[in-house]
Design a protein around this ligand. Structure first.
Ligand code: UDP
Length: 330
């Protein structure tokens, strides 16, 4: 550990809170800014929390100045794709415009390192099933576009200033803290593993498979599922890269191999010992058949090594968190 304070925006959210835990565990000075519109106060635990919005220049400037922040890790964003289609201005406002405002404050206060939470949604419907960072970006929804616009803003600011950044394009994130302290608590989830675990604990009467006629081995969609703890470690490795003087970069974060929906549901049945009630439905609009990361760059540049690349482990941690939520709702 070496460096100044780290401001984590969205540190009360699913991914941000796992990153905060790891930063604290290695002794970093961390402060969290979150408006708690989607995050949970409990997820921040004992890390100092300021409740406020990333787009609030005064709040952000005060934090950067008073804590001598030299690194910002930016997670605060809306992330629900169908919502972004219905309410695009909300996404461009909260994701793109607020990021621009945050970057203005960073530029004014001499922030040196910026780690940005981006998404594989910037690839849209990929022409190749395995995406590397040079694959064409062509988002098909406002969520992906709002993130890509932020990537471009960062790219241009870093070219014009001393700020260096790492933008991490996440594939399908699942799992929870392996010690059971935090996990994904978002209501009205649509993500496959979360939904399947809610079914197992009795919160949903059945599960749907969206599309059984894809050109994949079993006809269902294939995704690259990554454990949230490995994703969090990728952020720390990216920060270390920047602190070593590494160049600004965009990096995929995934395991580089995929599982079909049926394989995921088989794992959920195996891990839980339950027979799942499954309905087969038509394809969901906008879903690509296969989306798998080529994620060599992050390994080469940062030395990142995943430790939890095992579907049953991901499912088992997700299920443990879902059971805990049932006992102690957030
Ligand atoms: N999926 C499904 N049933 C669900 C949720 C998702 O069959 O209840 C499928 C979806 O069509 C895709 C995969 O599971 O092939 C992963 O979807 P998810 O929403 O978890 O993430 P996405 O890849 O859309 O970001």
């Amino acid at each position: 550990m070496a460096g100044g304070s780290i401001l984590v925006t969205g540190g009360a959210g699913y991914i941000g809170s796992h990153v905060v835990l790891q930063l604290r565990e290695r002794g970093e000075r961390v402060i969290v800014l979150d408006d708690l519109s989607r995050g949970f106060r409990q997820a921040v635990r004992d890390t100092p929390l300021t409740i406020g919005n990333v787009g609030d220049r005064e709040v952000v400037s005060n934090l950067l100045r008073s804590h001598a922040v030299d690194t910002v890790m930016h997670f605060a964003a809306y992330t629900i794709v169908p919502e972004s289609v219905r309410e695009p201005l909300k996404y461009y406002g909260n994701n793109t415009c607020a990021t621009r405002s945050l970057l203005q404050s960073c530029a004014e206060h001499g922030v040196k390192h910026f780690v940005f939470s981006s998404t594989a949604a910037v690839y849209g419907t990929p022409t190749a099933e395995i995406c590397d960072e040079n694959s064409p970006t062509a988002p098909i929804n406002p969520y992906g576009t709002s993130k890509l616009m932020s990537e471009w803003t960062l790219r241009d600011l870093s070219a014009a200033s001393d700020l260096r950044y790492a933008a991490l394009r996440y594939f399908n994130v699942a799992g929870s803290d392996t010690r059971g302290r935090i996990g994904q608590s978002t209501p009205n989830a649509t993500l496959l593993i979360k939904v399947a675990c809610e079914h197992v604990v009795g919160k949903r009467p059945h599960l749907c498979i969206f599309g059984t006629d894809y050109p994949t081995p079993d006809g269902t969609g294939v995704r690259d599922y990554i454990h949230v703890e490995d994703l969090a470690t990728a952020h720390l490795a990216s920060l270390d890269h920047l602190r070593r003087g590494g160049a600004s970069t965009v990096m995929n974060v995934g395991y580089g191999h995929g599982y079909s929906v049926r394989e995921v549901l088989d794992s959920v049945a195996r891990v839980s010992g339950r027979k799942l009630v499954i309905r087969e439905e038509p394809r969901r609009a906008g879903d690509p058949s296969t989306l798998v990361a080529k994620a060599q760059r992050i390994r080469d540049l940062t030395g990142w090594q995943p430790r939890l690349d095992d579907l049953d482990t991901i499912v088992s941690n997700s299920l443990a968190w879902e059971r805990k939520l049932l006992q102690e709702p957030w």
